[in-house]
Design a protein around this ligand. Structure first.
Ligand code: ZN
Length: 310
């Protein structure tokens, strides 16, 4: 597409040729980087309590990536997940294997696989989320696509968190481990199908979305409840680290509730445009929940190897 464009320079009006969609967008935007809610195209309007600091539809991946280098109302969302993503992949590739996993005589290769499943799940979730928040400004179709990637990342984190806990809870009961892992993966598959349908990805479905993911997150209660019946409270306490699992649940549930109710920006629209909005708090809660899970998993590993496999 070729178009004529007028731009005022120091020497007066200059006519230049624009032949790409990207240049057209640059022209439309000028040098303005941040936009108000009212200036957004309809598809970008999601939270009317966040009034300023938007990156307007860019139609350019380059401009989306450029937004990483100036403060906008997605910056906190991006970096609260990008920084921990780097931490988790570093742990997975090298650090955890060398520094975090104490070696017992009974430590086997399976322990390393199981623990790294969690690191990779956490990394995938946080990276997908960072990509979504950075690239959703591109266009409506890209926003929809990356939104699905974001949800698939959450499913990945929940699955990769639950399976290691089932493994340590039922390390000596292979059939139970297989059944509960099968249930988790089946639920994950169902959730993924749900996510990939367009109907689910609208503002209207926000509360259902939050509830659905909370329910999937809670599916770990099935093997936990069965564990209480099978091993008793003391048996469960010898196998998994319940206090940290409880704390993890607290962070995830609180984060989902805050996200669902859009607190605190609903109370004071425009006051949390750049920092402190519900989505940012939700992100931090997810990271704190994942750290609790990491601590719980490492304690379970140690409990099993010191109580049963000595
Ligand atoms: Zn997010």
């Amino acid at each position: 597409m070729k178009m004529l464009r007028q731009r005022k320079g120091r020497t007066g009006s200059v006519i230049t040729l624009v032949d790409t969609k990207e240049e057209l967008t640059l022209h439309t935007h000028g040098d303005k980087l941040l936009w108000d809610y009212d200036e957004l195209p309809e598809w970008q309007k999601d939270n009317d309590k966040i009034l300023k600091g938007y990156v307007r539809e860019t139609n350019s991946f380059k401009r989306c990536l450029h937004s990483l280098f100036y403060l906008n109302n997605e910056s906190v969302n991006i970096y609260t997940h990008l920084v921990p993503a780097v931490f988790y992949i570093s742990m997975s590739v090298y650090l955890a294997n060398v520094f975090l996993i104490p070696v017992y005589p009974s430590t086997s290769r399976i322990d390393y696989v199981i623990i790294n499943v969690f690191f990779l799940g956490a990394f995938a979730c946080l990276l997908c989320s960072s990509c979504f928040h950075c690239l959703k400004q591109h266009s409506e179709s890209q926003c929809n696509m990356w939104s699905k990637v974001d949800y698939l990342g959450i499913i990945c984190l929940i699955s990769c968190s639950t399976v290691p806990m089932i493994y340590y809870g039922y390390f000596d009961h292979l059939s139970e481990f297989t059944i509960y892992t099968g249930i988790t993966l089946a639920l994950a598959f169902g959730c993924s199908v749900f996510v990939l349908t367009d109907k689910f990805n609208t503002t209207e479905y926000r509360p259902i979305r939050a509830s659905f993911f909370t329910l999937f997150g809670f599916s770990g209660i099935i093997p936990l409840g069965a564990g209480f019946l099978k091993f008793g409270v003391s048996g469960v306490l010898q196998r998994i680290s319940l206090p940290f699992i409880g704390l993890e649940a607290f962070f995830y549930i609180t984060g989902a509730i805050i996200y669902g109710f859009r607190f605190p920006e609903t109370m004071a629209p425009g006051k949390f445009d750049f920092c402190g909005s519900s989505h940012q708090i939700f992100h931090i809660m997810v990271v704190l929940g994942s750290i609790c899970h990491l601590v719980a998993m490492m304690q379970s590993y140690q409990l099993i190897h010191s109580n049963f496999l000595r």
